[in-house]
Design a protein around this ligand. Structure first.
Ligand code: GCU
Length: 456
């Protein structure tokens, strides 16, 4: 675990290699070819020549074209006002926000950044595969694994089975709150599945143990069982199934919305699980899964709380801010699959300043529900995720929370490392570790119990 905290995020190239971990060179080659093919097809649909595509900066600070990491060099930009309607009128009440302004912003995010959900997404049937009484650290848990099978009768060539794990304290008389993580499910039902008392990367017990010792539960959804994490997979998975194996159209959904859709289906299942209080389910994720977590929070009102880890560009970082990762990186063949094809326009014929919305409005879509924005330390995590850019995404959402008489971050000044801004419904903390939500779990839990109870 220690090494994980030491990883400094380099270029998206190295990370896409990470996503392909465990594949043979031939498999990698084939994925890269199919990805290029799909990316090219989207460029063609958008009428963009590859030469018109701007290249993003490098995540390696030593490179000549390294991404900006100096506050003095940050550009001037103007953010779209969350409270001004397209007709120029100012929104003054929560009702006006919900009925008029919010739908405008949703439409912009759907058409230009994350894509729309298709009208007729087939249903999912959940099946409990196994139930086991086991231990996590020294605590007894009930661990279930499930498969969610998507009805593929309209296009049997593509099969989608969603993997989900749910763990709740063993002897609980009541339905418990659960944190759903976009993450990785290790085969939990092998012979020696009892896990030792684990120290997370921060030296604290793991997030699982911290939640269970609180009397809460945890769940993990495997995003790649919903939709592959590459462009090659866009004609497969849930996106490919709804398109019957065809290429996407420019405003079709990307992987982030597909993953978020999968999380909503997990929530459907929780509503039927007698161990889970489906009214108290949080969504959590790190990095690309942190992006998926804020997208899930924004578009799924049933999620009660959010824990958005180092989501960076495409998550809660202000996209117009020239610091760390840029729209040009997100639009490249390594990452465009997270988004709608239309997003690529902003790295070619248009610029990030042309975006009709920015990340603070994504956070605003969550209002009035509580959301916690998490980041690591630049010295350990690197500057690619742009901690301050994420802070600003959270801070500028405040005006919308005010309409609901909810508290914002309480300051517009970027706090010092470790300072928790946790008094309100928008919370922020930059922990002293690396690219992980690990060191922020205890702070998150203390904040969450204000909403979920059981604080004492
Ligand atoms: C790359 C990518 C980021 C992403 C990260 C990750 O660094 O550029 O946007 O968040 O990978 O998911 O680990």
């Amino acid at each position: 675990m220690k090494t994980i905290t030491k990883i400094v995020l380099f270029s998206s190239i190295s990370l896409s290699t990470f996503a392909q971990f465990g594949l043979s060179p031939a498999q990698r080659d084939s994925i890269n070819k199919l990805t290029t093919n799909d990316h090219n097809n989207m460029l063609m649909q958008l009428n963009i020549e590859r030469t018109q595509l701007r290249r993003g900066p490098s995540g390696n600070p030593k490179d000549a074209n390294a991404a900006n990491s100096s506050e003095e060099k940050v550009n001037q930009y103007t953010l779209p006002d969350a409270l001004v309607l397209k007709n120029g009128k100012k929104v003054k009440t929560a009702q006006e926000w919900l009925e008029k302004r919010r739908p405008e912003i949703v439409e912009n995010f759907e058409s230009e950044i994350y894509g729309q959900l298709p009208k007729n997404i087939p249903s999912v049937t959940w099946k409990v595969i196994s139930v086991k009484d086991t231990m996590i650290g020294n605590q007894a848990i009930k661990e279930k694994t499930l498969k969610g099978t998507v009805d593929n009768s309209a296009y049997p060539a593509i099969k989608v089975e969603i993997n989900l794990l749910v763990a709740t304290p063993a002897q609980t008389p009541k339905q418990v709150p659960v944190v759903l993580e976009f993450g990785f499910i290790r085969s939990p039902f092998g012979p020696n599945t009892t896990q030792p008392i684990g120290l997370g990367s921060s030296g604290e017990p793991t997030w699982k143990e911290q939640l269970i010792s609180r009397g809460w539960g945890y769940a993990i959804i495997d995003p790649s069982s919903v939709q592959a994490d590459n462009g090659a997979g866009l004609t497969k998975g849930i996106i490919g199934l709804t398109n019957k194996g065809n290429f996407r159209k420019p405003d079709d959904w990307g992987a982030l919305r597909a993953w978020a859709w999968g999380a909503s289906r997990a929530l459907d299942y929780f509503e039927t699980d007698k161990d889970v209080d489906a009214k108290r389910v949080a969504i959590e994720g790190l990095s690309r899964y942190g992006k998926a977590a804020i997208v899930a929070m924004a578009f799924e009102p049933r999620f009660s709380l959010g824990f958005i880890g180092s989501s960076g560009a495409g998550g809660v970082k202000i996209l117009r801010r020239v610091f760390g990762e840029q729209v040009e990186n997100l639009a490249s063949s390594a990452e465009y699959h997270w988004f709608a094809g239309n997003f690529i326009k902003y790295a070619s014929k248009l610029t990030p300043n042309d975006l009709p919305v920015d990340a603070h409005q994504l956070v605003a879509l969550v209002a009035p529900r509580p959301v916690f924005i998490s980041s690591g330390s630049p010295q350990v995590e690197g500057q690619w995720v742009d901690a301050k850019g994420m802070f600003l995404g959270a801070a500028y959402a405040g005006s919308v929370y005010h309409l609901f008489n909810k508290k914002d971050l309480g300051t517009m000044d970027f706090p010092k490392l470790g300072m928790p801004l946790v008094d309100g419904e928008i919370a922020f903390r930059q922990h002293a570790g690396g690219h992980s939500t690990g060191p922020n779990w205890s702070t998150w839990i203390a904040w969450a119990c204000r909403y979920w109870g059981d604080c004492k």
